[in-house]
Design a protein around this ligand. Sequence first.
Ligand SMILES: *[C@@H]1O[C@H](CO)[C@@H](O)[C@H](O)[C@H]1NC(C)=O
Ligand SMILES: *[C@@H]1O[C@H](CO)[C@@H](O)[C@H](O)[C@H]1NC(C)=O
Ligand SMILES: *[C@@H]1O[C@H](CO)[C@@H](O)[C@H](O)[C@H]1NC(C)=O
Ligand SMILES: *[C@@H]1O[C@H](CO)[C@@H](O)[C@H](O)[C@H]1NC(C)=O
Ligand SMILES: *[C@@H]1O[C@H](CO)[C@@H](O)[C@H](O)[C@H]1NC(C)=O
Ligand SMILES: *[C@@H]1O[C@H](CO)[C@@H](O)[C@H](O)[C@H]1NC(C)=O
Ligand SMILES: *[C@@H]1O[C@H](CO)[C@@H](O)[C@H](O)[C@H]1NC(C)=O
Ligand SMILES: *[C@@H]1O[C@H](CO)[C@@H](O)[C@H](O)[C@H]1NC(C)=O
Length: 354
Amino acid sequence: MRPTLYLCLMLMPCLPLLLGCHAVRHGGISLGSQRMALLHWKATLASPPLQMSSWQEKTSPCNWTGIMCMAVRHGRRMPWVVTNISLPDAGIRGQLGELNFSALPFLTHIDLHNNNLHGALPASISSLTALSVLVLHHNQLIGKIPYEIGSLESLRLLELSFNRLTGHIPPSLGNLTMLTDLLINQNMVSGLVPEEIGRLVNLHTLQLSNSTLSGMIPKTLGNLTRLNILYLFGNQLSGPIPQELGRLVRLKVLGLNSNDFSGPIPIFIANLTKMNQLFLYDNQITGSIPPELGSLTMLNQLVLHENQISGTIPPELGNLTMLDTFTLFTNQISGLIPIELGTLMNLRESREDL
Ligand SMILES: *[C@@H]1O[C@H](CO)[C@@H](O)[C@H](O)[C@H]1NC(C)=O
Ligand SMILES: *[C@@H]1O[C@H](CO)[C@@H](O)[C@H](O)[C@H]1NC(C)=O
Ligand SMILES: *[C@@H]1O[C@H](CO)[C@@H](O)[C@H](O)[C@H]1NC(C)=O
Ligand SMILES: *[C@@H]1O[C@H](CO)[C@@H](O)[C@H](O)[C@H]1NC(C)=O
Ligand SMILES: *[C@@H]1O[C@H](CO)[C@@H](O)[C@H](O)[C@H]1NC(C)=O
Ligand SMILES: *[C@@H]1O[C@H](CO)[C@@H](O)[C@H](O)[C@H]1NC(C)=O
Ligand SMILES: *[C@@H]1O[C@H](CO)[C@@H](O)[C@H](O)[C@H]1NC(C)=O
Ligand SMILES: *[C@@H]1O[C@H](CO)[C@@H](O)[C@H](O)[C@H]1NC(C)=O
C-alpha cells in the first residue's frame, strides 16, 4: 500500500473516503485539469449559452454557474473537486463525447436534461465510478446505450427518456444494484427487456415506455418488490402478464397499455392492494373481468378499453369507491352496468366511456 493511500484511509470517513481515494487512484487530479476539461467542452459547444458566461479561464470552476464542488481530503491537503454539473434547460448544443470524463473522476451528479445534446452517450462515461445521478432526458442522444454503463456502480438515478437511443437495453444495467430509478421512456430501443433488470432490487421506479421493446415481460421483474411504478406501455411486448408480478405488492401504477399482451386479466392483480392506476388498454386481453379486482380499494383509474374482454361487469367493482376513471369501450362486454357501480360517487363522465 502506498503511503498516500494509507493516509487517505486513515483520515477519511464514508463519502469523502470514496472521493479522496479516487484522488489517489487518479494520481491526484487537480482542479486545474478539471477546469480544463470543462472549458474544452464549452469550446466545443455551438454558441455556449448565457448560463456558461461565468465559465472563464482565470476563475475557479467551483464559482461557475451549474458547477458544484466539494473539498476532499487528500493526504494532508483538502483540495476542491468538481462533483456536480447541473445545467438543465440551458440550450446547450453539443456532444457529451467532447467532455473528458477521465479528468472529472469526482462527479456524483450530472443533470443536463432538456438541452440539445446530440451524438452518442459515450462509453467513456463509465469511468465515473462515483456518479450517483445521471439525468439526460429530453435531448437528441442517438446510438446505443453503451454496455460499459454497467460500470457506474454508484448510480442511483438513470434518466434517459425522450432521446433517440437505439439498440438493445444492455443487460449490464443489471449490475447497477444501487439504482432506485431507471427511466428510458420514449426512445427507439428495441429487443427484449433484459431479465438482468430483475437484479435491481432497490428500484422504486422502472419506466421503459414508448419504444419498440418486444418479447415477454421477464419473470425476474417479480423480484423488484420495492417497485411503486412500472411503465412498459407503448411497446410491442406480448404474451401473458406473468404471475410473478403479483409479488410487487407496493405497486401503485402499472402501465402495460398499448402493447400486444394476450391472455386474461390475471387474478394475482388482486394482490396489489396499493394500486392507484391500472392501464391495460389497447392490448389483446381476453376473458372476463375478475371479480377479485373489487379488492383494489385504492384504485382510481381502471383503464381497460380496446381489448377483447368479454362477460359481464362484476358487481364487486362497486367496492372501488375511489374510482374516478373506468373505461371499457371496444371490448365484448355483455349485460348491463351493475347497479352497484351507481354508488361510485367519484366516477365522472365514464358512463359513455363504458
Ligand atoms: C468565488 O468568487 C468570489 C467572488 O465572487 C471570491 O471571493 C472567491 O474567492 C471565489 N472562490 C473561489 C474558490 O475561487
Ligand atoms: C449536487 O446536486 C445534488 C442534487 O441536486 C445535491 O443534492 C447535492 O447537494 C449537490 N452537491 C453539492 C456538492 O453541491
Ligand atoms: C483527459 O484528461 C486526462 C486527465 O486529466 C488526461 O490525461 C487526458 O490527456 C485528457 N484527454 C484528452 C483527450 O484531453
Ligand atoms: C455486468 O454484467 C454483465 C452481465 O450482465 C457481466 O458480464 C459484466 O462483467 C458485469 N460487469 C460490469 C462492470 O459491467
Ligand atoms: C408516450 O407516448 C404517448 C403518445 O405518443 C405520449 O402522449 C406520452 O406523453 C408518452 N409518454 C411517455 C412517458 O413516454
Ligand atoms: C428472481 O426471479 C427469478 C424468476 O422468478 C428467480 O429464478 C430468481 O431466483 C429470483 N431471484 C434473484 C435474486 O434473482
Ligand atoms: C401476493 O403477495 C405476497 C406477499 O405479500 C406474496 O408472498 C405472494 O406470492 C403473492 N401472490 C401472488 C399470487 O403473486
Ligand atoms: C364487494 O362487493 C361485493 C358485491 O357487491 C360484496 O359481496 C363483497 O362483500 C364486497 N367486499 C369485498 C371486500 O369484496
